[in-house]
Design a binder for this molecule. Structure first.
Ligand code: GLY
Length: 333
């Protein structure tokens, strides 16, 4: 088992990575905790080692359950059970579960401790780390949320064994992203080292810019188009699949803006292909709809901000030329 620390002063916390590391969970329960509320989904099927007074709270599946209604139901069930601020919540599942559980924990009784136990590759390399929590609104993804750092993140790679193929691809969509954010070339790495390398990059970025006032935005590489495509396709497109298309798109925008050359575009394609990811959506994209969704994206402040590759690496760039954004969509349809 390896441990990586997220350095955030008194809110620092460990990320454990390895086979069978779930057994360590009770070490991170606060002394004061009498109850452990485990938020999960029926199909996850991972058991938390017994100890304190545990209760399981199942939530629905799919992006439609990632809603404020789910959060309210959870909080009401916690009140019923008598959960207090000195107790602890565990988010056990994929990114959707840890986002919802940690959001509910962050507002329940003005905030109680949470431990994230991601059971998907995507959760381990991204969603469960860094304290972003949130739910969707009918108007778009992740539009309500908080920054609420967990007490620990436990990435037990044994929980990945039954991960469906599509979920692996989703995780690899995020893994591919780290190739452009300073990670070592992970193409020859095994699973645990890949997870560790991604987490190293992510934790350094979070430690530098916890609240996304600057640098942290690079973690959204490929995500602006991805969020729009997920929303436009009623979430039938999985997040990691959308991110892969979004990364190829971001490379094209950077190319058309003269920020990168053809070789670098080819490198993007090689990385995505290495992880078996599709770079095209396979159907036409409603240009007007998608560009209006870009504007609604929470990263847009003054025009359309895109995270783009270039001479200085990947960085947020304000794009004024809508024609480039539309033209680049052609390569990913
Ligand atoms: N998933 C992007 C971030 O944590 O900032």
């Amino acid at each position: 088992m390896k441990e990586i620390k997220v350095n955030l002063g008194e809110r620092s916390y460990p990320v454990l990575v390895g086979a069978n590391c779930l057994d360590n969970v009770a070490k991170y329960y606060p002394e004061s905790a009498k109850r452990v509320a485990i938020v999960t989904q029926k199909q996850i099927g991972v058991a938390i080692p017994s100890g304190k007074n545990h209760k399981v709270f199942d939530i629905g599946t799919g992006e439609n359950s990632k809603s404020i209604e789910t959060v309210i139901e959870l909080c009401r069930a916690w009140v019923d059970w008598g959960l207090t601020r000195s107790d602890i919540v565990i988010g056990l599942g994929g990114g959707m579960v840890t986002d919802v559980a940690a959001f509910a924990a962050s507002i329940y009784h003005r905030g109680l401790n949470v431990i994230n136990i991601p059971t998907t590759l995507l959760g381990m390399v991204d969603a469960a780390i860094g304290g972003k929590t949130g739910v969707n609104l009918p108007e778009g993804k992740n539009l309500i949320g908080t920054f609420w750092q967990p007490k620990a993140v436990i990435c037990d790679t044994d929980t990945l064994h039954s991960l469906p193929d599509r979920e692996w691809k989703c995780g690899y969509g995020e893994v591919a992203k780290y190739h452009f954010l300073g990670a070592d070339d992970m193409r020859e790495f095994g699973l645990i080292n890949t997870v560790l390398e991604c987490i190293k990059v992510k934790t350094n970025i979070v430690a530098e810019d916890e609240r996304e006032t600057g640098k942290r935005a690079v973690l959204n590489y490929g995500h602006t188009l991805a969020h729009a495509l997920e929303f436009e396709n009623d979430f039938t497109l999985a997040h990691g699949e959308a991110v892969a298309v979004g990364i190829r798109y971001a490379a094209e925008v950077a190319f058309l803006m003269g920020r990168i050359g053809e070789e670098r575009v080819t490198y993007h394609e090689e990385i995505l292909a290495h992880y078996g990811l599709q770079m095209k959506l396979g159907k036409s994209i409603n240009l007007e709809r998608v560009t209006s969704l870009f504007l609604r994206d929470k990263k847009s402040q003054d025009g359309i901000t895109f995270v783009l590759d270039g001479e200085n690496g990947v960085e947020p760039v304000l794009v004024h030329d809508q024609d480039i954004l539309e033209k680049a969509l052609e390569v990913v349809q």
